[in-house]
Design a protein around this ligand. Sequence first.
Ligand SMILES: NC(=O)C1=CN([C@@H]2O[C@H](COP(=O)(O)OP(=O)(O)OC[C@H]3O[C@@H](n4cnc5c(N)ncnc54)[C@H](O)[C@@H]3O)[C@@H](O)[C@H]2O)[C@@H](O)CC1
Ligand SMILES: Nc1ncnc2c1ncn2[C@@H]1O[C@H](COP(=O)(O)OP(=O)(O)O)[C@@H](O)[C@H]1O
Ligand SMILES: [K+]
Length: 497
Amino acid sequence: MHLNPAAGPILTSAEIRSIERQYLAAGVPLMERAGQAASEVALRILEGRSGCVLILAGPGNNGGDGFVVARLLREAGREVVVVCTVEAEQMPADARAARLAWQQAGGQVVPDFLGSNWALVVDAIFGIGLKRAPEGRYAEWIARLNQLNSPVLSLDLPSGLDADTGRAPGVAVRASHTVSFIAWKPGLLTHDGSELCGELMLNTLDLSVADSGAQVLTLASFAPRLKPRASNSHKGTFGQAGVIGGAVGMVGAALLSARSALLLGAGRVYVGLLDPLAPMLDIVQPELMLRPPGDLHLICSALAIGPGLGQSEAAVLQMKRALGFTGPLVLDADALNLIAASSNLQPRLTQRDAPSVLTPHPAEAARLLQCAPSEVQADRLAACRELSRRYRAHVVLKGAGSIVCLADGRLFINVTGNAGLATAGSGDVLTGIVLALLAQGWEAELALPCAVYLHGAAADALLEAGIGPIGMTAGELAPAARRLLNAWVSERSGGRG
Ligand SMILES: NC(=O)C1=CN([C@@H]2O[C@H](COP(=O)(O)OP(=O)(O)OC[C@H]3O[C@@H](n4cnc5c(N)ncnc54)[C@H](O)[C@@H]3O)[C@@H](O)[C@H]2O)[C@@H](O)CC1
Ligand SMILES: Nc1ncnc2c1ncn2[C@@H]1O[C@H](COP(=O)(O)OP(=O)(O)O)[C@@H](O)[C@H]1O
Ligand SMILES: [K+]
């Protein structure tokens, strides 16, 4: 997902409303500013496109924004049709005033639209005030506009999308562009939002917004750690990473993690495979050292357990050992399933002194929270926060718009990555990347955000190179991530990386 501007705080709709109240009380013309910002975007989209603009205005202030855009586009010489079915008296005061200004400028309001040949459709149906799935005429408008071939600019957020959770409870607008106001909302950046917003822009309306607990994940989130290697270093300087997993039929998962840890800079990488018939050597990556899984906690400075681990007695035994490890520990895949299933293992995790990193996808998160995956997806931020709190861990809840919640409660939403990552083993690679950074001494608070951002950025780089999304493979991610990490370090150190 491309964000413009890239960074900034993420606020809930309640936080946005409280800011709005404060500025409106001070007489700041927020709706006029929102309409102005949106009409500038609309005119950019309209460059080189002739024809009429269709504006669909809903019953609230989002509709009001639409009326301001209508007036400003008309002033700019565009032909505009506004569709609105509520009476002016039923609209909130600011929206009513915007509608009146439109009509005073000679604009018409019509009850429905026909035809399909619009230069641009402006979606001003619902913003942060959506209360339930759109129904009736609004659902019908949305379904019809999703069939059109015109560009669609959503104001504040695509109508039908929940601003706080990113869930679309029913039909929702699929925008080509979204211009959001004041601050990012979580729902723009995760879950269905990743699909519906198109090109996403933010206009702060010149308000200064205090940082909240949630941020868009960017390079700046972990930049202090992007330092070149000292010349006078040796393999021991970059740590001993260990991966435990690879039961019968799942050896590849552990190898993918281990290879990724090696390519992302761990000094030595050990693999403990549970499959008794597993090979003694990774012939593709002979640098990996294959050892009995029970030895790894004794020789490693950072451990990951879970990829292809299975849920056998032997796996439980390895889990008990790993949870007693005194260094940073990454738990993925079956390690998470075993934690979810065992009240015996849970306290061993929550009582750890060293950092624990959990990397669940929504189904694993649901098992850890004893709920259904749909409940996790219904509020991904809340689920991630609860996992972090309950298990005293740094957590990434994976999937489009991955959520990172650090053990101190700080939240990030990641916007790198693409559907090419929806392939077996890409999660194993993420585990290997986090492990590599931990082994090299990164604090978990920086290692996890960097790994999540880098993993997605690697997939984006592959996509740009024509590799994917169809057929992108997990094994291609680590070399792409290695190139990026080296480039970032080099850029930040004036080429000394
Ligand atoms: N005056 C302000 O506070 C500002 C508001 N702004 C805009 O106003 C929006 C928020 O305005 P509102 O709070 O009025 O909310 P919305 O305009 O997003 O929608 C609320 C209206 O839609 C109705 N509604 C909600 N869900 C529905 C459904 N499923 N089916 C049918 N009707 C439904 C509600 O009953 C209400 O009438 C923001 O997203 C932003 O676009 C901006 O103009 C900035 C300033
Ligand atoms: N559509 C998507 N858009 C962005 N990222 C995705 C998408 N699908 C999957 N991913 C990412 O790919 C990884 C998949 O991890 P996981 O489900 O554990 O896979 P596996 O178990 O096969 O390794 C996660 O990092 C997830 O965030
Ligand atoms: K909208």
